[in-house]
Write a protein that binds this ligand. Structure first.
Ligand code: PMP
Length: 426
């Protein structure tokens, strides 16, 4: 065991999971690449989800952060904060939510916590609907709306949660149905649940399940859900922590794939907007946001340094049409990955949208998840100089690909070639 790993193990909790048999110490990054302490370079096909949304060491973000840090590092909601107000204005306008108010947090978990606080206070109910196989964070309230049990360290809960079908197409009772039949079955399931419950506060859902393995419902599912939810007065929270800011290519927010459904009552975001700096947040109509009778929630959310990063990053993203890049390069990468996976007996499905692509692996000839194959591909890709993510329901069943949104065609080709070799080495 190397010296740093030994120190990590000695001082950090066992449940801080590390990737790779021989964990990597990253020392620097540039563009879509990162380097380890031994000077090895890796193409980063996972940093986009692990917060580096646009590019590593983006000069515009570095400059904004260092200038702000040189002027004032502070964390308080007690004083007027210009960068926070500016970013809130921009996020409110982009959200599609009318009369929007924005509250910044430091993480996606805290953003979802705040959304739950708003919804439960607004509806005066602690019943929540969440999707099976979902992931929303690991605080006490967010684990209790996380349907993916592999990611939920406790079954104890401050909320009463009911789980809805719809996030996963390849498994469960509705697997194999057409889009229409799948949607109809999920809507009937939702109707049935609401018929048996009391007043439900909200449904929280990821438009594309992230940790769950990058699985998407049929477009329009949430529009059909919305119609039922509205009839019961249930709020809709769209968790855009992974799907926001153009990552899905065709849309700026994931909810927009369900056009008629939106905008949601509450939208949560995090990760990518700070390009590595710690930003999360909640957007909601004033009427919903004002359900909370609180003297703010946290002090650190909206710190001027992270807000400066967010402003610079958002400007870069919009000015360089990185959503369009995610659509174009993501479309090409999806094609290349489908070709790379063709005939590999472990591959169940290559899926996704934009630069959010997943490859589900099974034990050949069965329906069983193949965590050992996922790990083997991850290790082989690392040897080839490519970093990937893993996830999925029913155990570790999928490879996750989420590069920074500025990925070029050449880099997409390079990553696909490494991944092809890794898949074919199974
Ligand atoms: N929601 C979703 C959809 C996520 O993917 C995550 C993180 N993977 C979170 C919430 C929690 O975000 P954070 O890690 O910033 O607390």
């Amino acid at each position: 065991m190397n010296e740093l790993l030994a120190r990590h193990r000695a001082v950090l909790p066992d449940w801080v999971a590390l990737y790779y048999r021989d964990p990597i110490e990253l020392t620097h990054g540039e563009g879509r690449y990162v380097w380890d302490a031994e000077g090895r370079r890796y193409l980063d096909f996972f940093g986009g989800i692990l917060t580096t949304m646009t590019a590593h060491a983006l000069p515009e973000v570095t400059k904004a952060v260092s200038e702000q840090a040189g002027r004032l590092i502070h964390s308080s909601t007690l004083y007027l904060n210009r960068p926070m107000i500016e970013l809130a204005e921009r996020v409110a306008a982009l959200s599609g939510i009318p009369d929007a108010r924005v509250f910044f947090t430091t993480s996606g978990t805290e953003a979802n916590d705040t959304a739950l606080l708003l919804a439960t206070c607004h509806r005066r109910s602690q019943q929540i609907l969440a999707m099976r196989n979902s992931y929303h964070g690991r605080s006490f309230s967010t684990v209790s709306i996380t349907g993916n049990r592999a990611w939920s360290p406790t079954g104890l809960s401050p909320l009463q949660t009911l789980y809805v079908h719809g996030g996963v197409r390849t498994r469960g009772p509705f697997a194999g149905l057409s889009d229409e039949a799948f949607t109809a079955a999920c809507v009937a399931d939702l109707e049935d649940l609401l018929g048996h419950s009391g007043d439900v506060a909200a449904l929280i859902a990821e438009p594309v399940q992230g940790v769950g393995g990058f699985t998407s419902p049929p477009d329009g599912l949430y529009a059909a859900f919305r119609e039922v939810l509205d009839r019961h007065g249930v709020l809709w929270i769209s968790d855009e922590v992974q799907t926001g800011w153009g990552r899905t290519g065709d849309h700026f927010w994931g909810w927009q794939a369900h056009g008629a459904a939106g905008p949601p009552d509450i939208l949560t975001f995090a990760k990518g907007i700070g390009n590595g700096m710690s930003i999360g947040g909640v957007v909601a109509r004033a009427e919903v946001m004002d359900s909370l009778d609180a003297n703010s929630i946290s002090t650190f959310g909206g710190s001027p340094v992270t807000m400066a990063a967010g402003l610079a990053n958002l400007s870069y993203l919009l000015e360089h049409d990185l959503q369009g890049n995610a659509r174009r390069v993501g479309g090409l990468l999806l094609e290349r990955l489908r070709a790379a996976a063709a005939g590999v007996p472990h591959v169940r499905e290559v899926r996704g949208r934009g630069l959010m692509l997943g490859i589900e692996l099974v034990r050949p000839g069965t329906d069983e998840a193949a965590p050992e194959a996922v790990t083997a591909v991850l290790e082989a890709a690392r040897e080839g100089g490519l970093l990937l993510g893993k996830g999925g329901g029913h155990g570790t069943s999928a490879l996750r690909i989420a590069p920074p949104l500025s990925l070029t065609v050449t880099e997409a080709e390079e990553g696909a070639a490494v991944l092809e070799r890794a898949l074919r080495s199974l």
